[in-house]
Design a protein around this ligand. Structure first.
Ligand code: NCD
Ligand code: ZN
Length: 343
């Protein structure tokens, strides 16, 4: 019998960009109404979240902007200037994870890292303090071909896990079958997040003779075989694959231009689309593991107490959402989805 409605434990979005100012105010409720908690990315501008103090102020700003009972889980960005003392301060301030961006591989990563090994003393401090390490897993450098960046990076992950085997590491927004296999082989302290858009897109959806800027994100969507491996991993019931949406809003004019920004804004539709994908895979019963159990478990958190009700009812994704004088185009704009969250 076809499921027409179901309830599940409220989930966690373990990778989310909320930005600041007017964008924060415009987007935060799309995350807070569907998710109990979210891991908040630190690549804000003009000031990145590099310290405990900035993280605390940013947490307050998010709490003020948001209308729901929602817990932002804060991160700081780890780069050449981070010290072990800063890790201890972050821990005291309630920061749960440190994020590493390789230099220049994505939006606002100019202050990122070239050599991961130079950060090992900081990673040791993170291991001691029980702060997770979140990796944007792409090898930087002009000479690395863009579709190979993730696969080449896997060696860094393996080395790091060997050297600091008690450090909890999340390889974020994986896009390749190579990353799926690597995560399966590694031990219990290494997990991966998977976005919703990488379960839908291949590189054809970014450019098929025309450019589709709202499907452009980093790591860029890859081959159909990679997408199939990601769907398999997400729906497999393996506890080291969980949801991290990487909802990354940019104003329309910053996407639809030359040198447009990388990032897909999926927060308004992510849970509804996940239900559709899991249903199509015949694995709807595994959605709650992926969204609401495995991530919390890996982070050492209890499950959320709230409940979410999903109902099978078609709706059309709006063409845009207002943001100050401008607007933000969501993922799947104008398309019909089959599940809704009952509010
Ligand atoms: C993210 C953003 O816009 O901040 N963009 C993206 O393409 N995913 C940064 C990131 O997570 O890489
Ligand atoms: Zn991101």
């Amino acid at each position: 019998m076809k499921v027409k409605a179901f309830e599940m434990i409220k989930g966690d979005d373990m990778h989310c960009h909320l930005r600041t100012g007017v964008v924060l105010k415009s987007v935060v409720d799309f995350t807070s109404k569907y998710w109990g908690r979210a891991i908040i990315m630190p690549n804000t501008t003009p000031k990145a979240v590099l310290t405990a103090d900035i993280a605390s102020a940013y947490r307050n700003a998010i709490k003020i902007a948001c209308h729901d009972n929602f817990e932002p889980l804060m991160t700081i960005q780890i780069n050449d200037k981070t010290t072990p003392a800063m890790i201890a301060e972050a821990k005291k301030a309630g920061v749960v994870a440190g994020k590493v961006y390789p230099k220049g591989v994505t939006t606002n990563s100019e202050n990122g890292v070239i050599d991961l090994k130079s950060l090992y003393p900081v990673f040791e401090a993170m291991q001691e303090q029980d702060i997770l390490l979140l990796l944007h897993g792409e090898m930087p450098g002009e000479n690395v071909f863009c579709l190979d960046r993730e696969e080449i990076f896997l060696k860094e992950l393996i080395d790091l896990n060997k050297r600091l085997c008690n450090l909890k590491i999340v390889l974020e927004h994986i896009t390749t079958s190579a990353a799926v296999e690597c995560i399966r082989r590694l031990g219990s302290n290494v997990a991966a997040t998977i976005t919703v858009h990488h379960l839908i897109l291949t590189l054809n959806d970014v450019s098929d003779g025309k450019l589709h800027p709202h499907n452009f994100c980093m790591p860029i969507a890859k081959r159909p075989t990679d997408r199939a491996a990601l769907i398999e991993a997400a729906t497999s019931g393996h506890f080291r694959f969980f949801y991290g949406g990487d909802s990354a809003p940019h104003l329309e004019e910053n996407k639809e231009c030359s040198e447009g920004c990388a990032g897909v804004f999926n927060a308004p539709i992510a849970l509804q689309l996940l239900a559709q994908i899991f249903e199509e895979a015949g694995k709807l019963d595994r959605l709650e593991n992926f969204t609401s159990k495995f991530g919390a478990e890996f982070y050492g958190l209890s499950q959320n107490s709230g409940i979410i009700n999903l109902v099978k009812k078609d709706w059309t994704v709006p063409n845009s959402y207002p943001c100050g004088e401008s607007k933000i185009i969501p993922f799947m704009a104008g398309q019909t989805l089959h599940w809704q969250v009952e509010e």
